[in-house]
Ligand binder design. Structure first.
Ligand code: PTJ
Length: 246
């Protein structure tokens, strides 16, 4: 993906390049137009967080990596923003944790599903789920309820990046552990997550991969210790405190 001409010295270079990825996603038919609005919302929170990974988010990323390594059937859920922003980073996290990748869209069309699958394949994904849609998440009225029975439908741990909605709570109702990446610590998804990672997707995914690689040889007792000592409420409070008071 070629970026626009933005000088290295531009103070908002990273932010502008990220915007360009989302714009390109819309042009390619991967990202929905609403995804542009979601991006703007995220940017505002990131600005207030200082555009860096705060210590509580790093601890959450490590805990999420431990959950993925302990899981019997972990799945990374991908929407149109995630596919445009971090396709390679998603594939690398899946590879380092043995997780499946499943496309799950709010504005679901068969055309977008296929384009996103193709895009992920171009970035190294081998098996992309979500198109069978032979399972349902009970209690959801919209398209996010459509899942693969052998994917999110039967997963024990699901990573849900970048959505403020009711799916994380519905997945918890099904007994699944959900890990959420969301820059807004007050979003419904972050608040109902077992592990809310309040960080930019572009920093959180590589950070989780680095933690998963560092923990690859850890025994289950060590991983369980990491999971058990995590306090989701404290992580949300730390992020909100950073946003409100700098
Ligand atoms: O691709 P689809 O059809 O499934 O549609 C996806 C969108 C993005 C339209 C849908 O999930 C949506 O409307 O999202 P929301 O409700 O705007 O929520 C997005 C959440 O992600 C907000 O809380 C943002 O703060 C947050 N967010 C946005 N960009 C980032 C982010 N969090 C982490 N990293 C980001 N880069």
């Amino acid at each position: 993906m070629n970026g626009p001409e933005i000088p290295e010295s531009h103070p908002r270079r990273e932010s502008l390049l990220t915007r360009h990825r989302i714009e390109t996603g819309v042009d390619l038919g991967i990202t929905s137009k609403q995804g542009l609005i979601a991006q703007g919302r995220g940017e505002a929170f990131d600005y207030l967080l200082g555009e860096r990974t705060i210590p509580s988010a790093d601890e959450a990323a490590r805990t999420a990596a431990a959950h993925l390594l302990l899981a019997d059937q972990p799945v990374l859920s991908v929407n149109g923003n995630v596919a445009a922003l971090a396709p390679g980073e998603t594939v690398r996290l899946a590879d380092s944790t043995g997780a499946d990748i499943e496309i799950n869209l709010f504005n679901r069309t068969q055309d977008r599903m296929k384009r996103i699958r193709e895009h992920l394949r171009e970035h190294g994904a081998e098996n992309v789920k979500g198109l069978s849609a032979d399972g349902r998440i009970p209690g959801l009225e919209h398209a996010r309820a459509k899942v693969d029975a052998d994917g999110i439908g039967s997963a024990d741990v699901v990573l849900v990046p970048l959505e403020d909605g009711d799916r994380a709570a519905a997945l918890a109702e099904m007994g699944k552990t959900e890990l959420v990446i969301d820059l807004n610590p007050m979003s419904r998804s972050a608040c109902s997550a077992a592990v809310p990672i309040v960080d930019n997707l572009l920093r959180a995914l590589p950070n989780m991969t680095a933690h998963a690689e560092a923990l690859a040889d850890a025994d289950p007792t060590t991983l369980e210790g990491i999971v058990e000592s995590f306090d989701a409420e404290a992580a949300l409070e730390a992020a909100e405190e950073r946003i409100r008071n700098g």
